[in-house]
Design a protein around this ligand. Sequence first.
Ligand SMILES: [Zn+2]
Length: 374
Amino acid sequence: MQTIFQNADVITMDKERRVIFDGAVAVDGDRIVEVGKRNDLIKKYPTFELYDSQGGIILPGLIDCHVHMAQAMIRGCADDLSLIDWLQPVFRCQGSYSEEDGRLSAELCILEMLKSGTTAFIESMISSSYGFNGIAQAVDKSGIRAALSKTIMDLPPGVDQEVISVPESQREKKEATLAEAVAMREKWEVAGGRIQVWLGPQPFGTGITEDALREVAKVAKERNMRVDIHFCEIKKDNEYFHKMFNLKPTEALEKVGLLGPQTLVIHAIWIDEEDIINLARTGTHVAHNPSCNMKLGSGFAGIPEMIAAGVNVSLGCDSGPCNNTYDMFREMKWASYIHKGRLLDPKTMDSETVLEMATINRAKVMGLADEIGA
Ligand SMILES: [Zn+2]
């Protein structure tokens, strides 16, 4: 289909950050062929069908960089609780999922994302118990673009875990989780396709050993796979790194080989200036989830400080029970407001910065900056 979407102002997010008033976007099949002034495009593509955007705004599809699809179906199951207490009912619900439940929850999540302008996302942890294939099929069928991370873990059942207990039904062996991640990648990540498969190790101290994290780094390097990992979400996470490694959090991550441009760290709240320098130095990406961090009382991530240091920061809604929506417009508002309040500075986290976090910065995380986000 060849269409010109016209009668709109176009926010391009291109290198010059052009905003085209009375603009239009010409589309041929699934590719944008040109963006420009309405009259110029109508003249240049006379056979294209005209779509009236009714004076609205056209902007790049938003990219949600941290999503738990399996939790879409259980929003409202845990309110007014801190992370550890919140995880208990959430894990109990997720732990009882069948593969059919996993697929239905993914479909519900994708529907909400598409309806609120999100066209790509990164899912951080898919457990085998709720079915990787069904979730990938839901993505494939919907038309959305996704990076799907397979959970990687290696502690056997019954092992005392430092921070959070993973439910019995979701415990997996290291060899099996890594093998499944690689197999799912062979199956679903095809050239020109919309699905990437990533490695999603459990966070430090919650079902994964140092050896397994080293192996994740090795597989990621050998197979050119990307990795996302929850990181320093609560104060206790930071204390864990000092207690177990006698290192700063980013130093421990670097020690196991996981700092670098292939890694997206999620939250990064309880870190200091040196950690921020380490993230910037290594090109490690950060996912900021302000609604979740506020709802669970986890703390304020130093996002303006990270941006100033040169860290690529992107934005995510996280999950149903810790956000109550998968709506990136609401997330952009939170990202802008909470840091203005924290720093007593209304100029910080201006609209353009936040829109970059929801579009082009995220595309960089997925390695797709030439394809999407602008
Ligand atoms: Zn999360």
